[in-house]
Design a protein around this ligand. Structure first.
Ligand code: AMP
Length: 188
């Protein structure tokens, strides 16, 4: 829970950028991991969680190879959230990585099962290509588990063609994102 200056609702969103973050987890209590991640994002300075997609379930895929190869591990729980933030993209990304680490993510090998994965999909209209951060996320268009939740909360950002290209990937909607940590603040 946030304390002091990070209490929710304190952020005047004037001049804020809308950023979209994909969440995924497939170890332990994945739903709780996603719910806690949203609470943690709401505690990031100058940042409010604005919308949450539904929760989805997907089989693990090695999509980073550009293919559809199966990856080991249990099914993923996925969602996408919209943030309003006054932080720069690198500063926001630092916080997302810290939240991942606090969730106990182990980067043992590529596509390894993970307690929590946070991908910065979009940061306004920005295009960023640094050694550690690429935005828009370079693999987002290959992934139904990104595009399906994203189109739910940002229908203008995903085209029918882009959705069609991942339509063969199995994704199951589980239901609404569980209880908002701060009732009334997250219409998603
Ligand atoms: P992954 O294991 O697929 O989540 O990849 C994590 C790595 O991707 C980290 O080393 C990040 O620095 C890098 N990365 C580059 N751009 C992004 C992005 N937009 N969101 C998340 N991770 C990114």
């Amino acid at each position: 829970m946030c304390t002091g200056a990070n209490l929710p609702g304190r952020f005047d969103a004037q001049g804020a950028v809308t950023a979209y973050v994909a969440l995924g987890a497939n170890l332990g209590d994945a739903v709780t991991a996603l719910r806690q991640a949203v609470m943690a994002m709401n505690c990031v300075p100058l940042t409010d969680v604005h919308q949450t997609s539904s929760l989805y379930q997907t089989a693990p895929l090695a999509t980073d190879s550009g293919g559809e190869a199966a990856a080991p591990g249990p099914d993923y729980i996925n969602a996408v959230v919209a943030l309003e933030t006054g932080l720069t993209a690198p500063a926001l990304f630092d916080h997302l990585q810290r939240i991942e680490q606090l969730a106990g993510r182990e980067r043992s090998y590529r596509n390894a099962p993970r307690t929590l994965d946070l991908d910065l999909l979009l940061y306004g209209n920005a295009r960023i290509e640094s050694a550690r951060l690429v935005v828009p996320h370079p693999r987002m268009l290959q992934r139904a588990f990104v595009l399906v939740p994203l189109v739910e909360i940002a229908p203008d950002l995903v085209s029918a063609e882009q959705l069609g290209a991942v339509a063969h990937q199995v994704i199951e909607r589980l239901g609404p994102f569980p209880v908002s940590p701060f009732p009334g603040r997250m219409p998603g």
